[in-house]
Design a protein around this ligand. Structure first.
Ligand code: CA
Length: 529
């Protein structure tokens, strides 16, 4: 394949004509490929070397880590789909960008400053292809084609997209991961202005619920028994909010989640009821009444985790094909490739599926970055970083000045090895949505490199303290134990300081009201299901 080479001629001209030097700098700016999946747990990425690494490897995503950096302590500021995406785009916490809940949280205000807009203004060709899930149509992109049906959630099969200018495209008979890959490749090959550097957000629905595997992936892992994570049989002792949550694999997974087909002839309303039975506490069902409790829980887990990993596998392959294209076209050497997900996910840890909690599995986001010539291959970093840091970092890499109102910090010098000074010594987290979908109590908290303090405040008043050094699985709540009072006091002081810095000045009652208020979604009525 012919390599794109638009830099060399300008370099030549610039040697002769000093006035061309600005143009030269512009053209040498890196391209940015920002790859994001939805709900991808670190444990389901083999680059992180965890318990599924050998069972279900992700060799293509791993390429990014092997050729660049793996961040081990990268966190989201609000572990839920739309809000995390809004934080990434704006570089600001949910209470500043205004999009703090998926359910009853209205639409994202697309008129505000985002990093794609700033890059576009600075001469980048910008595009977003795939999942968007922010209500309003994308702004700041020269091209977009984003999932539209199910209020932007999209479907695995027969996905419907909105394209630039509001055109609705129904991809009948197609699988979402495949369509998104083909669209991304087409845009890279022929859809963009090649005289400009590009920033492409390549974003999958996978592996979000309902975990529908695509063509060719249905039998992947079929003959294997997937191991359980260490906390699979957690009893939630000492953790009231965890005990209350409706996200247990055995207790709250519905029939559709594990692909049990409904009887023939049900009305659409009855079919929906049948499929979703299991979502609510006490809706007990079993595929076989002779199973023991442990057998039933494992049966549900095996069905869920295999479909989840099948969705991951298809996304990993689709990512590999785009990485291959970057190599073949010669674009790879001047392209920053980011791999991330909008949050982490429980894939059996604590007996759960889903996200939302500030516990490690859903608080962490994967973050792998390749930037040839700038990041030493195989770098591993343990700094405390946040999703709001993406915007300033990518602006920094593009040579665009970072506006003062962005709350995140550029970690470009960190990943380039130019500094070993940490950006921060603690991170703040806040989750607001309740009760839908999983009855996770709103909470905020602080995490340092060793401790985590969480306050569940909505209709309980419970503090939890964990020592991540001695209890990395967060099974032992140390709050209220006298021996740890000084640790708690210190963390509370640091929490107050962080809240001041981040302009968080609401009372607990005002925070509760933010959860209670239902802001109607005004986005267009969906065209199809
Ligand atoms: Ca998500």
């Amino acid at each position: 394949m012919k390599k794109e080479n638009f830099i060399a001629p300008v370099l030549l001209v610039s040697l002769i004509l000093p006035g061309c030097q600005l143009k030269e700098r512009e053209l040498k700016r890196p391209n940015i490929l920002f790859i994001m999946t939805d709900d991808h747990a670190l444990s389901a990425i083999s680059a992180y070397g965890r318990y599924l690494a050998k069972v279900a490897p992700t060799p293509n995503i791993d390429r990014i880590a092997n050729e660049g950096v793996r961040f081990n302590n990268f966190f989201c500021t609000n572990s839920i789909c739309g809000p995390s995406r809004a934080c990434i785009l704006t570089g600001k916490y949910s209470h500043i960008n205004g999009f703090y809940k998926n359910e009853g949280g209205g639409d994202f205000d697309g008129s505000q400053q985002t990093f794609p807009k700033l890059l576009q203004k600075a001469g980048y060709e910008t595009a977003v292809i795939g999942k968007w899930h922010l209500g309003t149509s994308p702004t700041g992109f020269d091209y977009y084609k984003v999932l539209f049906n199910k209020e932007g959630q999209g479907t695995y099969f027969d996905p419907v997209f909105e394209e630039t200018g509001g055109k609705i495209i129904e991809e009948k008979g197609k699988y979402s991961t495949t369509v998104i890959k083909e669209d991304a490749l087409n845009w890279l090959k022929t859809g963009r202005d090649i005289t400009k550097p590009f920033m492409l957000m390549y974003q999958f629905k996978a592996p979000h619920r309902p975990w529908d595997p695509g063509p060719g992936y249905e039998n992947y892992l079929a003959d294997i028994t997937i191991p359980h994570p260490a906390t699979f049989d957690d009893n939630y002792e000492g953790r009231e909010a965890a005990k209350e949550a409706w996200m247990r694999i055995d207790g709250h997974m519905n029939r559709k989640d594990v692909k049990i087909h409904a009887p023939e002839g049900l009305s659409p309303e009855d079919l929906e009821k049948w499929n979703s039975y299991g979502n609510n506490d006490g809706e007990f069902w079993t595929p076989d009444s002779t199973m023991t409790d442990a057998e039933r829980k494992d049966w549900k887990y095996q069905h869920f985790i295999k479909d989840y990993l099948r969705c991951v596998k298809a996304a990993d392959d689709a990512i590999g094909q785009v990485l291959d294209y970057l190599d073949e076209s010669g674009l790879a050497e001047n392209t920053i490739v980011v791999y991330t997900s909008d949050q982490g996910f429980y894939i059996g840890e604590h007996g759960w599926f889903d996200k939302r909690f500030m516990y490690e599995e859903s608080f962490h986001m994967p973050c792998l970055i390749r930037y040839p010539g700038h990041i030493k291959p195989g770098t591993i970093n343990n700094d405390l970083l946040l999703n709001i840091d993406y915007a300033p970092t990518l602006l920094d890499a593009a040579g665009v000045s970072i506006p003062d109102d962005i709350q995140g910090k550029s970690f470009l010098p960190v990943m380039e090895g130019k500094t070993t000074t940490p950006l921060r010594d603690a991170v703040y987290y806040h989750y607001y949505e309740y009760p839908y979908w999983h009855h996770v109590q709103p909470h905020y908290g602080i995490r340092t490199d060793r401790y985590k303090l969480i306050h569940f405040y909505y209709d309980m008043d419970k503090w939890e303290l964990y020592d991540l050094k001695t209890d990395p699985n967060e099974l032992h709540n140390l709050s209220g134990i006298q021996e740890f009072d000084s640790v708690t006091d210190d963390l509370k002081l640091r929490l107050d300081k962080l809240k001041k810095e981040l302009k968080i000045n609401k009372s607990v009652e005002e925070l509760r009201e933010m959860t209670r208020v239902q802001i109607k979604r005004l986005y267009k009525v969906e065209a199809a299901n």
